[in-house]
Ligand binder design. Sequence first.
Ligand code: ATP
Ligand code: MG
Length: 382
Amino acid sequence: MLYLHMNSPFTFGKIAKGNNFTDRAFETKRLLANFDDKVNTILISPRRWGKSSLVNKSASLFQKEKNKHSVMIDLFNIRDEAQFYSYFAKKIIQETSSKPREWIDTAMSFLKRLSPKVSFPIDRTNDFEITFELRDKAEDFEDILNLPEKIARAKKIEIAVCIDEFQNIANFNQPLLFQKRLRASWQNHKDTVYCLYGSQTHMMTTLFERKSMPFYKFGDVMYLGKIDSTYLTEYIIKQFRNTGKSADAGHAQLIVDNVQCQPYYTQQLAHIVWINTERKVTKEIFESSLTELIEQNAPLYIKDAETLSNTQINFLNMLIESERKDIYAKELIQKYRLGTSGNVTKIRSVLINKEIIHLVNSKYELVDPVFRLWLKNIYFKS
Ligand SMILES: Nc1ncnc2c1ncn2[C@@H]1O[C@H](COP(=O)(O)OP(=O)(O)OP(=O)(O)O)[C@@H](O)[C@H]1O
Ligand SMILES: [Mg+2]
């Protein structure tokens, strides 16, 4: 018999695209409509629920139309405001030019006052760097922040600027001043639209939903949910089938249920099951794969658990075992040795800030479903 080597049909830790992207039809449409109508969007969800993949999809659809451009900016590695301006200007120029020869001209004609220095790194072809001598003057920042709008008007194009890991601006020196600068320029733009997205739900929510914050009412705030269980099970069944293996509905459902429909872990667990399956998924294969998933991630969870105090751990145990809404119930506080109700309030807000728990349908849940399994099956058992 001839066995062809097949690559796993599941993907995790990368942007989900093409065959690996499922569901989200409603969100994709809403985001695309916002781009077309120049309605700014703020997209918030916990880590790994699919923000980058969703924005990537809508941004690609947007720029399928002539004269529409998407600029994807990731603040992952950006540590201060100066770095932000260089990176922002570079990306805007790059993505709106048809050829590298235009880069210098564009920089010179739109940012002349800032005497930009353009350089070409030798280790990267088709790339360039731009730096400025910024004085601490409003016009200097405005020149850069208004760059997309000026280019859009001059070239008669529309631009969607998508800024990922937006929560990173909290690490800048003066985050509030920086936000004021962005907002002051961007709110006047007509041909440029912004999509700001990131995790650390609590912080993102503060940035965009507090009245006193510069970005209050900047646009349409979207809270991304998990992916629907029906889509995920269908996806798993299809990916197995397309690679000559089979997973029945029951096993696909087990995969999805155990990771509580979280997109990243669904793909990771399905991947492990797929690797362990020669032809057909069985209960035994599923179970050993689930153990493998928990073990693979255990080093991270051990580290996370080390940063928590005993009462915080007890609180998590209470959530996992009791699955109750009334976290202040006297008998729970006693049973799990949580101290006073004031203590519970404190624990709750620390765990929310650390993105370890969140409120779903007025009930506190662990954000990470596999961390939950690890605590339940391994940590609290030993
Ligand atoms: N629409 C989707 N269909 C199938 N799987 C998806 C989808 N969206 C996300 N995933 C899975 O979740 C993983 C994480 O997705 P993505 O990087 O888009 O999330 P994120 O919210 O941007 O994460 P982070 O908070 O780490 O930036 C992907 O690698 C993929 O495995
Ligand atoms: Mg992301």
